[in-house]
Design a protein around this ligand. Sequence first.
Ligand SMILES: Cc1ncc(C[n+]2csc(CCOP(=O)(O)OP(=O)(O)O)c2C)c(N)n1
Length: 975
Amino acid sequence: MPDPVPKRGRGICHSTEVPKLGLLQPASGGYLADFRRSCRDGGLDCDTIHYSVPKAAGDGEIRGKVTWYGDVQWVIEGNPDTAKVSQTIDVGAVRYAFEAGTTAPAGDEGGHGEMVAFNGTAYVRSTRTGSAEFYKTVYGPYMRCEAAGLVGPANATPDLIATTLLGGMTWTSAVNDMFSNIEKRSGAPAAAFGGMVTFEKLLGTAIALPSTQHENIFDSKEKYYPFAPHVEHNVSCVVVGFVGDMKEVEKRGITGLEKVLYKGASGSAGGGAAETLTLHAHLVTLRRSCKAKTAQEVRPQDVKEVYHLDSSSIVANFNLEVWLINDSMEEHPVLPAESVPAPIAHPPSLCSCSEWVVNALVDAGVTHIFGGHGGALVPLVNAIVNNPKVQWVCTRNEANASLMAAAYAKLTGNMGVCVATSGPGASNLTTGLLDALQDQCSMIAITGLKPRGGIGYSEFQDLQQSRMFAAGGLPLSLDVSSPDALVPLLRDAVAKALSLRTVVHLGLPVDVQAAQSPVPLKPFCAADVRAEVELPETHSFVIKNVASELRAASGRGSGRVVIAVGHRAVGAGHEILKLAERINAPVLTRLDAKGCVDESHALVFGVIGVHGKSGLERATKVIETSQLIISIGNHDDTLLLCNRAGLQIRPMITFEPDAMCLRINARYRALYDVVGDIKFTLRRLLAELGPQEADPIVNAPSLMEGWQSELAYSGLDIVTPMDAANLYLAPPAKKAKIELAEDAKRLWADIHRGKWRSSARRTSRFECISQGSQELSHPDCVMKEMSRRMEANDVLCVDVGDVTLWASLSACLTKGQRTLSSERLGTMGYGLCAGIVASLLRAGPDGGRAVVVVGDGGVQMTINELGTAQHLFGSSDKDHSLLIIVLDNAKLGRVAFGFEGALGCDLGPTPDFAAIGKAYGGNGVKVAKAEELPGAMDEAFKSKGIFVLHVLIDPALKADMATFQDKSIAMMDSG
Ligand SMILES: Cc1ncc(C[n+]2csc(CCOP(=O)(O)OP(=O)(O)O)c2C)c(N)n1
């Protein structure tokens, strides 16, 4: 469906302010409507796009002309003319260019391609059927031109820069809106643009024309688009294109333009408003390692592919230079006729092996390297410190460096890197490596080794590191034997870490670190591994099947479906809640996905899997009585699916961002594995599901029920896990019809009736009924006071202990905040390390605060790292905020409370943690009385830098799950 013509916006004034301009066109459905709704839900103004308009030159004149090179007619008539084909244009002379019908490289006279040129280089995807260059990007400083739309001389000043601050609309909508404003202001019938665009979803196509078939390529779409579109998510591109009002263009006698801005075709999908507005754009996709903020900073090695842009692509953010094509348009008089010169050879830049390694890691997207120092690491650390694109984080203990790298990997989704010297430095790294390994985060450890001549008999700090790491379960741990071995081994190690979401290790002898690299600095071949392994979206028949399964479950009004969310689903919270509402399903999250969904929503039942248990009574019951688990981005489904005998007793449908994540889940059977960007896959599923009212009352058994009878003997409908285990051990002759317990029955009936819709939002689902001392602050209150003050960009970093339970159950995150925790290894000390990482990554004016929740035991494992934080904060020009909330019960509470008869858990007297914070150059307050808590919390949340909030709590107060009362049933009743 073409997008409707946009409403005309208000005029653009020339100012450096950011005026609100431009109404988006009304849309009745689809992504745009979705986007507008979600904006409104989030309290955002979704009806305006904001433009920042640079001032005109001093004399008030807008500079720059749009120039049209080439012979458009040639393309239209399908009339090859060798003389014209061999003409070339120096792309250094233009700011932006694009057009089909371009040939490259020399010798491919009949080829056609998608072409984009900017910053002195032309990028061409030859699409000639059967061509060796098919699907290949070629670049060079000249383009060989049959017909070309070129935008502006290289030094042209663009008319204005259009910047969207809000994302989510289709490409057509966004550009239509931009165009309507430009037209309003200038009366210009067309505009050309070029610049950076980030797509939430990119649909790229390729035009192809058999070289023997010289007919009008605009006649037939089938011939025109024979290739499957390329789909990619969250990708940055340089886009070049035209948008025009064809009637106006014709009236003004501008020739040739309509042949390229072909009528009624907006992008390849033909989605523009016919006759009134047309749009044509090409793009290059940029590698994820590309750091450029403008098209002018993009290097040839940053470019991945070239496409024709499909107008249904979804824009996340664009920053385009815009030229008006009014009287300023001219046809280029003569094309330069010289032949294509040889590509410019870049002189090799020689470097050390260490520089090569650091450059490669930067290329793979790494921004911080965590480590400890030592003699066997000097060349590598020197290379890290000397590389301006990466920050060296010199920790006080290598154990903490590896925990920081693990937290970095979890927070960014990128690869964590830690380094250490030989011997004790290397052995100190082990815990963080295993932490990342268990939580499936990508990480590489690089450790120094003695010089090659001394390995094995050197008497000082010489360990067989790779044996040690391999014993811990690392799938790759190798020593690099020579400079020549470095590049292939590093390539393999990085590829493995990224593509398998695992942890790898390389030992680098110090003499190899210092040696000259056998190859000059080059883009690292593994830099784009993550992007390469991202698979296309799941086939639509899978989405259809999943939808009909879920429709059947909700159509019967009795399907007990539970949605369980892991950290790989972060960013898809809105869609997850929409799905939950659509099918009346409760949502549970793992601790490191806490905050991904709004925890005040009545369908969100809290955290599962704290200390390996299902959680509160209610969360446990919801899982035990469920018939189908929708597992979204979870790295382990055992708790959700199995009885105590380890047998899978529940069916599931999984959603994962890529096929690598299914590796672990392969232990369990899934009705469907849905692979693809989770947010978009859920949107597709929601669109497929349609409105709830349309669900038919189904009588035929569903796939899910087939499964149930298959698994009947293992006790699907049973009430306790113990029963399940027993049933497994002694399978009944026929399926036992076991009634649900009364309260579970009532809960599910209320959910199915949609009672949750009317229940009020709450700050917490759980009510703590263990009171403890009235004098001292109650951890439940501490968590609630904390949650109230946390902003959307803040990161909650939870340590291990009773504190984990307090944070899981009492904190209530409602703004999409991230939570970091050591989910599977349960490493004490992780919280503060994760907090330091979050405070580094979230620094800046719109950044967030790291909020660490930790016990007196856990904090003393890593409190020395306050020195690392203070050192980095002091040398940074950004604002960093690291708040550490210590819940001090003067004991190892979880061990003392959780294990009957445990002795030796007392830690008192504990030191004054606030004073320690101050000693490290930060600030802090000790809260000895309950009434001091709100004031101290206010001060803590206003602070910058390090702030330690030392809260004394009742040493006898257990955070046992049984001391909480779940308000789920009461909530339903009140609704
Ligand atoms: C590195 C490490 N060592 C030991 C443990 C076992 N352990 C789990 S919780 C806990 C006690 C935590 O005490 P504290 O930090 O004071 O928090 P609390 O339980 O009192 O809230 C211990 C020792 C662990 N998880 N990690």
